[in-house]
Design a protein around this ligand. Structure first.
Ligand SMILES: [Zn+2]
Length: 157
């Protein structure tokens, strides 16, 4: 059974003026031509204090990712060949800058950023996303989900 290492076990899911942090919650965005697009939230938003340590969710290789084009919010994408786990709104540790580096489940990988500075009234949190690795994905599913099938991280905690 696939598992994500996650302390503490009694996690809290974000619920605030911006919506619910549950997997599958409705989200909208506006495309450049003004069309409103509805889509499901593909992660789970777990409440954290800014400055808290972020912990490696699985043992594998970690890669630094940016969340938005024009600011400093970042995250770490960790792969073990079966799962791809992405943690957003964390500042990864320096070893991840410009190269992939080893991640160990349960060991520190960075610190939690303060997303409430960008979105007033939003509870600071880590966005946790999990996908089944594309190589483990049935070909017909791969057409729908080229980056792997998103799954609810809650079933892995
Ligand atoms: Zn989220």
């Amino acid at each position: 059974m696939l598992k994500i290492f996650w302390p503490p076990n009694n996690y809290e899911i974000r619920e605030d003026a911006w919506g619910s942090g549950r997997f599958g919650s409705p989200r909208t965005k506006t495309s450049p031509d003004g069309t409103v697009i509805h889509y499901p939230h593909e992660g789970l938003d777990l409440v954290f204090e800014p400055g808290q340590a972020a912990i490696g969710p699985i043992t594998g290789k970690g890669r630094w990712v940016w969340v938005y084009e024009k600011d400093s919010y970042s995250g770490l994408e960790v792969t073990d060949g079966s799962l791809i786990v992405k943690l957003l709104y964390i500042l990864p540790a320096p070893q991840f800058r410009n190269k992939r580096a080893a991640v160990e489940a349960g060991k520190g990988i960075g610190i939690v950023q303060d997303i409430s500075k960008k979105f007033k009234g939003m509870t600071p949190h880590i966005h946790l996303e999990a996908r089944i690795h594309p190589s483990k994905t049935l070909p017909e599913m791969l057409k729908l989900y080229p980056k792997g099938i998103p799954i609810n991280p809650e079933i892995l905690l």
